[in-house]
Write a protein that binds this ligand. Structure first.
Ligand SMILES: *Cc1c(COP(=O)(O)O)cnc(C)c1O
Length: 356
């Protein structure tokens, strides 16, 4: 039996994903590990969602990572390898969370971090993170897809290391999310729901489940259920979206780098890639806060929005990945609720206001 003390000890001793899963990662023994002790995130049982779906629904809350998103899992490996190779600077294009993670891990590694972000489409918390961790932030007059094109060109000069998910070490680190889920449940879920933007993460999870399967750590594989936002659903539409639009800025991507990886994960696992509307995303987003006490960012809620409109067999074991923390994007939260006006500072006025 695990006690609260055991849990606490495990948490205090959690070494980060490279030390926890070294056997499965391409990090040489002698490398100096760049870590903020990412991973080890909670897998919550979602009691109300479970009742709603007639199955066991778990939420993997990646907002609990050091910079508040799953990007930290990949960044620890990418930054460790960049440092090991003698790189002096790293560069990424970002819808926000990659820049926050890159900036934080580069600071730890004492590397220069350069980030390209689409002007006007970055959630405020993410921009604040990149700046305070000391990255050189360049806002471009173009979207994420354009930023990534330029980053690829910068990478080809050989002067900087690209830490977007086109860097294979990012995917290696991110696959540890699947390991943690199997370790926590004792088996693989039947269904894995996940938001899809640049499609690195769905590719990474599928890789992780397969490696654990091959190693005998689980005897089944989940159906991979990826969800894009309707206004940014190139994989579902089967064509590049030149002007992607969605409230879920982390998945506002029209030409995903790992497009093929997402299709492969869905087809090999007998899963699917679907789309959810902004309205469905925001419904799931508020529902998660009110019913399951988890405040995630809008893009993260795409996984649960996808589950809400999908029929899963009774008794299924479902995991939804909640990719980032709600505090990343306070502006969106505020649009979903009425911010209360000030009332008189008297017992009478306040009693009347709260109805007691
Ligand atoms: C990066 C990100 C995504 C999308 O992941 P991809 O690997 O690009 O598909 C989803 N949600 C959040 C919060 C993210 O930061």
């Amino acid at each position: 039996m695990t006690t609260a003390e055991d849990d606490r000890a495990a948490r205090l001793n959690w070494p980060g994903v490279i030390e926890a899963y070294r056997k499965y990662l391409p990090v040489p023994k002698e490398a100096e590990v760049v870590t903020l002790r990412e991973g080890g995130t909670p897998l919550y049982y979602a009691s109300r969602l479970s009742k709603l779906k007639g199955s066991d629904v778990f939420l993997k809350f990646e907002g609990a990572n050091p910079t508040g998103s799953f990007k930290d899992r990949g960044m620890t490996v990418a930054m460790t390898m960049a440092k090991q190779s003698g790189a002096k600077a790293v560069v990424c294009a970002s819808t926000g969370n990659t820049s926050a993670a890159s900036a934080a891990y580069a600071a730890r590694a004492q590397l220069r971090s350069i980030v390209l972000i689409p002007s006007g489409y970055i959630a405020l918390g993410k921009l604040a993170q990149a700046l305070i961790y000391g990255a050189k932030v360049v806002q471009i007059k173009g979207n994420f897809d354009r930023a990534l094109e330029i980053v690829r060109e910068l990478g080809e000069t050989g002067l900087v290391t690209v830490v977007n998910s086109i860097n294979p070490y990012r995917i290696e680190g991110q696959k540890t999310g699947a390991f943690e889920i199997v370790d926590a449940l004792g088996f693989a879920p039947t269904h894995h729901f996940i938001p899809v933007g640049n499609a690195g993460n769905i590719s990474a999870y599928w890789k992780g489940y397969n490696e654990y399967f091959a190693d005998g750590r689980c005897s089944t594989l989940p159906k991979m259920m990826g969800f894009q936002a309707e206004g940014a659903a190139p994989i579902v539409d089967g064509k590049i979206v030149h002007f992607p639009e969605t409230v879920a800025t982390a998945i506002r991507i029209g030409n995903p780098a790992s497009w093929k990886g997402a299709l492969l994960a869905a087809s090999e696992s007998d899963g699917a890639i679907g789309a959810v509307s902004d309205k469905e995303i925001l419904y799931a987003y508020t529902y998660l806060a009110r019913e399951e006490s988890i405040f995630c960012e809008p893009a993260s809620a795409a996984s649960v929005a996808g589950l809400m409109k999908t029929t899963v067999p009774l008794g299924a074991t479902v995991v939804c990945v909640l990719t980032g923390h709600g505090l990343k994007d306070p502006d969106t939260a505020i649009t979903q609720i009425e911010v209360p006006a000030a009332v008189e500072a008297t017992l009478e006025a306040i009693s009347k206001e709260v109805g007691i």
